[in-house]
Write a new protein. Structure first.
Length: 119
């Protein structure tokens, strides 16, 4: 996988972040913890995605993995699992972010950055 392909993954993460940030308004989540979590988690994922688009570093994928897993478990930890649409939005987006992070980490560990730069 070339760096350009990894940038596509980072771009997808940015889109997922935007979807998570917009979800309280688009999907009508209630005000409170569910909306606050969606906005802040989405912003954090977005910041990491932009950083990864600018200059790839392995730590960014570890952060995205942790953020993705947080988004998956947050409905149960924070207590909004009973709001089905909010729960499923968080679980699906969180799983996607975590899976993309694992894919990039796998590529990174199989091909060091110097090899990736050579394409």
């Amino acid at each position: 996988m070339q760096r350009r392909e990894l940038m596509v993954i980072d771009g997808i993460n940015l889109i997922l972040a935007i979807l998570l940030v917009a979800s309280p308004w688009v999907l009508g989540f209630p005000a409170g913890p569910v909306s606050i979590n969606a906005i802040f988690a989405g912003l954090a994922i977005g910041v990491v995605a932009v950083a990864a688009l600018y200059a790839y570093a392995q730590w960014e994928e570890w952060v995205n993995l942790i953020l993705g897993l947080w988004v998956v478990v947050s409905p149960f930890v924070i207590g909004f699992a009973s709001i089905a649409l909010a729960m499923w939005t968080h679980v699906v987006i969180g799983l996607a972010v975590a899976a993309l992070a694992v894919a990039e980490l796998w590529v990174y560990t199989r091909r060091p950055p110097a090899q990736m730069a050579q394409g």
